[in-house]
Design a protein around this ligand. Structure first.
Ligand SMILES: NC(=O)c1ccc[n+]([C@@H]2O[C@H](COP(=O)([O-])OP(=O)(O)OC[C@H]3O[C@@H](n4cnc5c(N)ncnc54)[C@H](O)[C@@H]3O)[C@@H](O)[C@H]2O)c1
Length: 379
């Protein structure tokens, strides 16, 4: 049967532009049963020679240098937003108003206030939408969700997550512009809270339900940096590090930490959940493993077990290699494309939707407000 085409218009061809494009290119190889197939119709970037080179290297049929033109095209079905955070809202809203499906990188936008009209726009237009909180699609994390939902952990007491990096310790690192927009609050909205903790919060809301209230501290260790766009030393307005604790609606306590100043850590995302009967632990650096402790095991052999998530009955894994062989970071994006295509054929949402991602934005805002005002904040 001929596949239905999903013609993609990609905005931004940096890191995420590459991971998504790889997902579109590979999904049909691994998920051959899907009725839809992505078509790399056009890529958009502001610099013509770079957009053209990306189109040639990665296989896009055409390129644009203005996202408004991309959205006007009637040979594009879905707009995929891979630009810095300040560019998410205008592109997503215009795309939805033009009747395009919208796939948007995380965080949804810089603030809740900026995110809400995006949710309104996709819902008013009734267009399929999803946000690339891709860690939900690590098979070990998906399995954690299945284990928690099966009730094996019992009542949850603790949820703990870290996202640690070390790439901004050098005080001479400038802020702003290509590659360094994450240090510029105008482009990024916030620092580690919107960039890294947003991932931890999305996973936590998915695995453990809503967060009721938060208490946070943030720090900006380097107060001024040269700004690449102004050529002057400017105040650094992002949070370099953030720690918060919280109450979940289910009665459990949460503890979250993120920093770009943890020397030795490049992208250490870890989570641990402690329940009445069992606990679960996961680490991005060893993403194919899930650690599990089951208190109902016979006491003499009771202990943390390490499950290698590579068997055919593990989430997504029957689409890849033979049992025992690993997949990697890039497969989380292939899995999300597959889930999006399946949602189109089933007529169901592909979580996290814009509305789901709005909840993460609300937690991030409450965290930043709590740190600013040195007080507990309801979400
Ligand atoms: N899901 C994840 O794990 C993950 C990981 C990294 C980044 N992200 C998110 O993805 C987005 C992009 O991050 P990145 O790391 O790919 O950044 P990047 O700096 O590597 O790439 C950004 C791209 O956007 C382009 N761009 C900027 N403004 C533009 C405009 N007005 N029109 C068209 N193109 C424009 C830049 O030229 C560049 O190609 C951010 O929102 C970020 O938070 C998500």
């Amino acid at each position: 049967m001929a596949k239905k085409e999903l013609r993609i218009g990609l905005v931004g061809y940096g890191f995420m532009g590459r991971t998504h494009t790889n997902g579109y290119k590979r999904v049909g190889d691994f998920f051959g049963e899907l009725e839809y197939k992505p078509v790399l119709q056009a890529v958009c970037g502001r610099t013509e020679d770079k957009a053209k080179a990306f189109a040639e290297q990665w296989g896009y049929a055409s390129y644009e240098t203005d996202w408004k033109k991309l959205i006007e095209r009637d040979d594009i079905d879905a707009i995929d937003i891979c630009t810095p955070n300040d560019q998410h809202a205008p592109v997503a809203i215009a795309a939805a108003e033009a009747g395009k499906m919208v796939l948007c990188e995380k965080p949804l936008a810089r603030t809740t206030e900026e995110s809400q009209p995006m949710v309104d726009a996709v819902e008013k237009a009734g267009v399929p939408n999803t946000v690339w909180y891709n860690y939900r699609r690590v098979p070990a994390v998906t399995l954690a969700k299945q284990i928690i939902d099966s009730g094996k952990l019992g009542k949850i007491f603790h949820y703990r997550a870290n996202f640690l990096q070390d790439w901004t310790i050098n005080a001479d690192l400038p802020q702003g512009g290509a590659g360094l927009w994450r240090l510029d609050a105008t482009a990024a909205g916030s620092g580690v809270t919107g960039d890294l903790l947003a991932h931890c919060i999305d996973t936590a809301l998915w695995l453990n339900g809503s967060i009721k209230d938060v208490s946070a501290v943030t720090e900006t260790f380097i107060k001024e940096r040269m700004h690449n766009l102004t050529g002057k030393k400017e105040k650094v307005e992002i949070d370099d590090a953030c720690t918060f604790h919280c109450h979940f609606e289910n009665g459990s306590l949460g503890l979250f930490e993120s920093t770009r100043y943890a020397r030795g850590h490049k992208a250490l995302y870890t989570l641990e959940i402690n329940g009445e009967h069992a606990s679960i632990r996961w680490d991005l650096h060893d993403l194919n493993r899930l650690e599990y402790f089951d208190h109902s095991d016979e006491s003499q052999v009771r202990g943390w077990r390490t499950i290698h998530i590579t068997d055919g009955d593990h989430p997504y894994m029957d689409h890849y290699w033979v049992p025992g062989l690993c997949i990697g970071y890039e497969h989380t994006f292939i899995n999300q494309v597959a889930d999006f295509l399946r949602s189109l054929q089933d007529g169901t949402p592909c979580p996290p939707t814009f509305r789901d991602a709005l909840e993460t934005a609300k937690v991030c805002d409450a965290v930043l407000k709590s740190a600013r005002e040195r007080s507990w904040q309801d979400v």
